[in-house]
Every structure is written in structure tokens, then in C-alpha cells.
Ligand binder design. Structure first.
Ligand code: ZN
Length: 233
């Protein structure tokens, strides 16, 4: 057999293996492998052993996730452009924004806490929203941009470290405690931040991981293009 024939045979075997692997899905809870089937709109696939969620076919999931992610980005800008709250005590009034609160921690000597707040409350949530838009906007038109796989893995890895809801909960607890000692006025940023928390949770619900991987693989510039381009073979 000539070297060219061997190369073609190996290429064919690899493509067959990839096709078989892409048709399987593993249960996150018990690792049982399932063969993937096309679902009707609204249907949900569950593990036959432990009944855990596997994947679903939500109607217009990319459109909805894109709309929610765009709204989340707008709320992020509003939340950081306006005062979070204003406190008045004995005639003295002071307003503070989320960014200035983070820098106030650093200025007060708690630079590590300030750095963690900056990362978990501002940087990671912003990167997640921008990353989702980078994936979803081209997918809406059937394309994927370079580095989409890496960015999607990054979004999944960053998800547990986005802690906006903890910050909001901490702020509400502090406000309840301060309410009897000072006059507190909630700013536009507070409501935008609360809405941002809601939208971030909604964006995660709109499209599940398996569905988004399927969209990425089957989009133009997806797996077939990668295989033909020779990067994966
Ligand atoms: Zn299972």
C-alpha cells in the first residue's frame, strides 16, 4: 500500500471515530454513555439510569440567549456608570459606585480584597458576557469565529467564579443593618446590578452546554471545516 493510500485510510478512520464520538453523550452524574437523538422542540433528554438532565431542544435558544446577553451587557455598563447608593448621616451625604467601592478597599489597605472584588464582580462577569456575545452573535447567522472552542471552555470554567449575586446579597444585608443608622438612597446602578444578576442566570438557562457545542460544531467554520483544514487530522 502506498503512503498516500495509508494516509487516506487513517484519515477515514479518524473521521469515522470522530463521527461516532460526536453521536454520544455522557451523563454528568453517573457517566453512562447515551446515543444522541434529534429531539422535537421543547423535548428534554434524560439519563436512563439516574434521570439526570442530558440535553434539550429549546425553541429559538440562540436568539433568546443572544437577546439576554445583549441586555446583560447594557445593564453591566449602566451598573458601573451610575452611583450604586447614597448614604446621608447628620446632613453629610456621600454616593458610591461599584468601581469606587472596589478602589476604596485598595485605598484602605485591603488591596487583596479589592483585587478579588475587581476580579469576581467586574472582570469575570464582563468577560463572560463578552465571550457569550462573541459566540452567539455569529452563531445566529450560522457562523463561528476563530477561537470559539477556547472561549466557550473559558466561559464554562469562569462560571463558578462569577460572584455578582454574592456581592448583591452582601450589599442588601449591609443596607438592612444601616437602614436604622443612616438615610440610604438606592441608585440606578443598584437596580441595574440586580437586573444584571437576573439576566446572567437567565442566559445560562436559555441554552445548555451540549446544545451550544452542537451549534458550534455544525456552524460554518465548525468541525468539518477544521477537519478539512487539516488542524485536527
Ligand atoms: Zn446518569
Amino acid at each position: 500500500m502506498t503512503p498516500d493510500a495509508v494516509s487516506r485510510l487513517n484519515h477515514g478512520r479518524r473521521r469515522y471515530t470522530e463521527t461516532v464520538l460526536l453521536s454520544l453523550v455522557a451523563c454528568h452524574e453517573c457517566d453512562l454513555l447515551h446515543e444522541k437523538h434529534e429531539l422535537a422542540v421543547g423535548e428534554v433528554a434524560r439519563c436512563v439510569r439516574c434521570n439526570a438532565f442530558l440535553y434539550s431542544n429549546k425553541p429559538n435558544s440562540i436568539d433568546k440567549a443572544l437577546a439576554v446577553s445583549l441586555a446583560a451587557l447594557i445593564m453591566f455598563v449602566v451598573a458601573n456608570a451610575f452611583p450604586f447608593l447614597a448614604i446621608s448621616v447628620s446632613g453629610n451625604s456621600q454616593s458610591i459606585s461599584i468601581v469606587s467601592a472596589v478602589f476604596a478597599l485598595s485605598d484602605g489597605g485591603m488591596w487583596l480584597l479589592g483585587l478579588l472584588c475587581f476580579g469576581f464582580i467586574l472582570l469575570i462577569p464582563l468577560l463572560r458576557v463578552i465571550g457569550l456575545l462573541y459566540l452567539l452573535l455569529p452563531l445566529r447567522f450560522g457562523y463561528r469565529l476563530p477561537g470559539s472552542e477556547l472561549i466557550f471552555r473559558g466561559i464554562v470554567a469562569m462560571s463558578p467564579w462569577s460572584m455578582m449575586e454574592i456581592y448583591l446579597l452582601g450589599a442588601v444585608v449591609a443596607l438592612v443593618k444601616l437602614a436604622s443608622m443612616a438615610n440610604i438612597e438606592l441608585g440606578l446602578s443598584f437596580w441595574a446590578f440586580a437586573l444584571l444578576n437576573l439576566l446572567s442566570a437567565l442566559a445560562a438557562q436559555m441554552v445548555d452546554t451540549h446544545t451550544l457545542w452542537d451549534f458550534l460544531i455544525h456552524s460554518r467554520g465548525g468541525k468539518d471545516a477544521i477537519v478539512n483544514g487539516g488542524h485536527r487530522v
